[in-house]
Write a protein that binds this ligand. Structure first.
Ligand SMILES: [Zn+2]
Length: 226
């Protein structure tokens, strides 16, 4: 079924892992791709490898670390900018801003589209979701729609589709869906800091904790700080 091949931007976090399980449940043949763009640590990539192994799918890992030179203001990449701790009460949006990697989804998705063309796949998917729309403009539905149109033109392929099925879903709804799909969340990685355990204090950890709490589903992750 070549028409059901999908290239999935896969980080090893909870959104893209749930996305893989969701697409698999819909009969897609998965081609996950993990792109290294100079993140400070590789914990997510290690998670991504383990999850792909569990799923028994071909996992493409592309090392584009050199691109970090042009992302040096983002705390996810910069060695100088510290990942801030946030309190559970504070809206994580306040501190997420310094973790923005400019135009990341356009860049990563363009690469995913190129890979899709190369393996004759007509679908490319990524885990943009509703909770990220405030800080990350390239997670909004308007971006997805416009990007999809540009890629059809760029590849002269009217069959090409960009799937972002979580664009209207919150983190909590994603966790609820993952529970039904039996996603192995224990294997996923969310923390912006690359320590042995999730720190429990960065905005990504706080968002993860909130998602599981609101979904009323126990988070199997070990946190250094509750
Ligand atoms: Zn953390």
């Amino acid at each position: 079924m070549p028409d059901k091949k999908v290239v999935v931007l896969f980080s090893g976090g909870i959104d893209s892992t749930t996305l893989l399980y969701y697409l698999r449940s819909k009969g897609f043949i998965l081609y996950p791709i993990t792109i290294i763009y100079g993140q400070k640590h590789q914990k997510e990539t290690e998670s991504a490898k383990r999850i792909c192994k569990l799923l028994g799918v071909k996992h493409k890992i592309l090392d584009l670390s050199c691109i970090s030179e042009i992302f040096s203001r983002s705390a996810l990449v910069s060695k100088r900018a510290r990942i801030p701790d946030v309190s559970a009460e504070k809206k994580h949006f306040d501190t997420l801003k310094i973790t923005v990697v400019p135009n990341r989804n356009s860049i990563l998705l363009s690469i995913a589209v190129a890979y899709a063309q190369n393996i004759s796949a007509n679908y490319v998917s990524f885990g943009a979701h509703f909770s990220d729309r405030g800080v990350y403009p390239d997670c909004r539905k308007e971006f997805v729609r416009a990007f999809a149109r540009s890629q059809k033109l760029a590849c002269d392929n009217p069959s090409l589709k960009i799937l972002a099925p979580f664009v209207y879903k919150t983190k909590t709804e994603i966790v609820k869906l993952g529970k039904k799909l039996k996603v192995p969340y224990k294997l996923t990685w969310s923390c912006y800091k690359g320590k042995k355990f999730h720190c429990g204090r960065c905005s990504s950890c706080q968002e993860r904790k909130r998602g599981f709490l609101e979904a009323k589903f126990p988070d199997p992750t070990i946190y250094s700080h509750k």
